[in-house]
Write a protein that binds this ligand. Sequence first.
Ligand code: NAD
Ligand code: ZN
Ligand code: ZN
Length: 340
Amino acid sequence: MKAAVVRAFGEPLAIEERPDPEPGPGQIRIRLEASGLCHTDIHAAHGDWPVKPNPPFVPGHEGVGLVEALGEGVTHLAVGQRVAVPWLGRACGRCEHCLSGWETLCEQQVNTGYGCDGGYAEKMLAWADFAQLVPEGVTPFDAAPLTCAGVTTYKALKVADVRPAQLVAISGVGGLGHLAVQYAKIAGATVAAIDVTDDKLRLARELGADLVIDARKDDVEAVLKRHGGAHAAIALAVNEAAFTAVNSGLRRGGKLVMVALPAHGTIQVPIFDTVLNGTSVIGSIVGTRQDLAEVFQLHAAGRTKVVYETRPLAAVNDSIDEVLRGQVKARIVFDLGARS
Ligand code: NAD
Ligand code: ZN
Ligand code: ZN
């Protein structure tokens, strides 16, 4: 099988031929159909974060494909079923976080495409209990971006406890943001979408944003405040200044939900304003298996639209450049060739 491999941080990925991996107990092997390129994979390949993966590794945590082989003890899945493999590759199932519905905070978790090989390959392994069945009516190319971009933004809106008639700012309308706009509309909010390219602002409008803010020329704080300030701001742009701008644009009692992970990212949070205005700063990391099931259900019911462009895996390095230049419509999905 072919795989795109990070050999050293900051270097182009290498396309390598590898033997098919053998599923261990509790694992499955998947023939991949589609695999999304999340900006996190670029951070992984660049070694951007304090906790780093160990090269060589195969990135990718939006892999979708067909079960090809079952490891020992796997009884609830069958060969041929379509599954998706998210960032949460496995969690312990026993700690306080796992037991209280917060498996995404498990300290024993293994992350797909980071702590083990991921979906930039023709085949991959996954832990059967964390591979999500993809329902009928959701194509593999739609399922791929939903597996991280979808579940992450769906969860961020839950964390913000968004209610109808609230103003929600979505900062960054990329892979994550184009779905965040839709989940915020489904929650009944008025949506202000913020980006720095004309195409993304147009896309946000098409997907239902009520208000678009061009951070290249508009004063984000002033525009949000003119509308009363945001009840919640979901920070998805890989840019520290964008976090600060939406934090300043919150209304009293508003919540900043941090999701994007710029390298070495920090922002200044003014204590006086935060205290007097009663605002919150919250971090949000992906979503649980139940969140992903809900994301797939919504899509199967026709409530969301996934915007993607396909590329062959051989174009992985050019694809990363396209994302970094902001030229991608929303998400790039690698076509890995498997067909049902
Ligand atoms: P992306 O590159 O597809 O989207 C980023 C968007 O931000 C682009 O549309 C870009 O034009 C826009 N942008 C850039 N500068 C801006 C600015 N100053 N103001 C407003 N918009 C601006 O990336 P993505 O795949 O959507 O991922 C976004 C970030 O979220 C990454 O850092 C990624 O690692 C992180 N992420 C976090 C989680 C989590 O669970 N917390 C999950 C997935 C991804
Ligand atoms: Zn991701
Ligand atoms: Zn746990």
